[in-house]
Ligand binder design. Structure first.
Ligand code: AQP
Length: 332
């Protein structure tokens, strides 16, 4: 069976360490193991929270630069912008017609983002998971590498694929599998170890941006919330200390080590001693990516050319699927 992965990031706000470790770095680690790889910048999803989409153009190009700078070769992989492939929204419409509202109402991201004010919430935010299902299924992707927060949406994608298959009485769509790497599934905020690091957090100090300079990275880590206890010797003793666990886990990720080994190394030390080491490891990993991003962003014409090449390849696959979908739906 041909394996095909599809994943994407919303161009809202500043792309951050959580997006990098939870998504991009895990994509890079699987490039050689998959037959075909599509990486999308999901600009139409950004519009579901319009207040975060003010800098759509700039953020779209920044995410494209982040993909390439992190090691996704735009020649060997398809990097493209969602709105450049119109078949996504067409397929989303067909999915809206077979997706019960109850399924969408149960999505925890919708509940979190809509809050108590459901009547004032825009329809786009409500039906966003059906568009995400279309993003994946238009390419008949077999695997979807994401962070933990997107798992429920990939599960819904499987339900929508099955509902469509039942409707057309054919195994038209494969049921895609989520791929979630446990060690990077949920990178937490630097200000609150119980909240995930997120673009929409109002505090810049809650996250490290991929374009932060070295001094800013160092400052954000120095200011990261911790407690006054020394670093323990056992992983279990971190359970009630989410901020401490998050920082130690980041160090393990950047030094290709394990949490157990890291706490052995720093057992009994204070965070004031540990934080400069974490800043050093973070900077040595992120600085080359940031510098490559800055270079790529300076040549917009070249970036747009990469995105056009990606969109051409994506459109070729998507047009074929949409033609078959119309035919399966008995459309003239
Ligand atoms: N903190 C995180 N830890 C691990 N993975 C994360 N991802 C996001 N935050 C973390 C993963 O990044 C990919 C792209 O996310 P997205 O931009 O499409 O939407 P999101 O999950 O809603 O990201 P944010 O930063 O939290 O944005 P806002 O604040 O706008 O909602 C996904 O694979 C996601 O799992």
């Amino acid at each position: 069976m041909t394996t095909r992965i599809l994943s994407g990031i919303r161009p809202t706000g500043h792309i951050h360490l959580g997006n990098y470790l939870g998504a991009i770095r895990s994509w890079v680690s699987m490039l050689d193991q998959v037959d075909e790889r599509l990486f999308c910048i999901v600009d139409q999803h950004a519009l579901t929270t319009a207040e975060d989409a003010k800098d759509l153009r700039k953020n779209t190009l920044t995410i494209a630069a982040a993909y390439i700078a992190s090691g996704i070769d735009p020649v060997k992989n398809h990097i493209f912008v969602q709105s450049h492939v119109p078949a996504h929204t067409e397929l989303a419409w067909y999915f809206n017609c077979i997706t019960p509202m109850g399924w969408l109402s149960r999505m925890t991201q919708f509940k979190d983002k809509a809050g108590k004010n459901k009547d004032q919430t825009m329809t786009g935010l409500f039906v966003y998971p059906a568009l995400m299902a279309a993003d994946i299924l238009i390419y008949k992707a077999t695997h979807v590498p994401v962070g933990e927060d997107q798992k429920q949406h990939v599960e819904l994608t499987r339900d929508i694929a099955q509902a469509f298959n039942n409707y057309v009485e054919n195994n038209f769509f494969p049921l895609p599998e989520p791929i979630i790497k446990s060690e990077t599934a949920r990178i937490m905020s630097l200000r609150d170890g119980l909240k995930k690091m997120s673009k929409s957090d109002p505090s810049d100090y809650s996250r490290i941006h991929l374009l932060d300079d070295n001094e800013t990275i160092e400052l954000k880590i120095r200011k990261a919330k911790t407690d006054t206890d020394p670093i323990p010797g056992l992983v279990n003793n971190l359970e009630q200390r989410p901020e401490a666990k998050n920082l130690l886990s980041l160090y393990a990720l950047f030094t290709n080590s394990s949490l157990a080994k890291v706490i052995q190394e720093f057992e009994g030390k204070q965070f004031s001693e540990f934080k400069p080491k974490l800043a050093e490891a973070t900077i040595s990993h992120l600085a080359p990516i940031r510098d490559a991003m800055i270079k790529l962003l300076a040549d917009e014409a070249m970036l747009l050319q990469h995105l056009k090449k990606g969109a051409d390849a994506a459109n070729t696959i998507a047009k074929k699927t949409i033609k078959d979908v119309r035919s399966a739906l008995n459309m003239v």
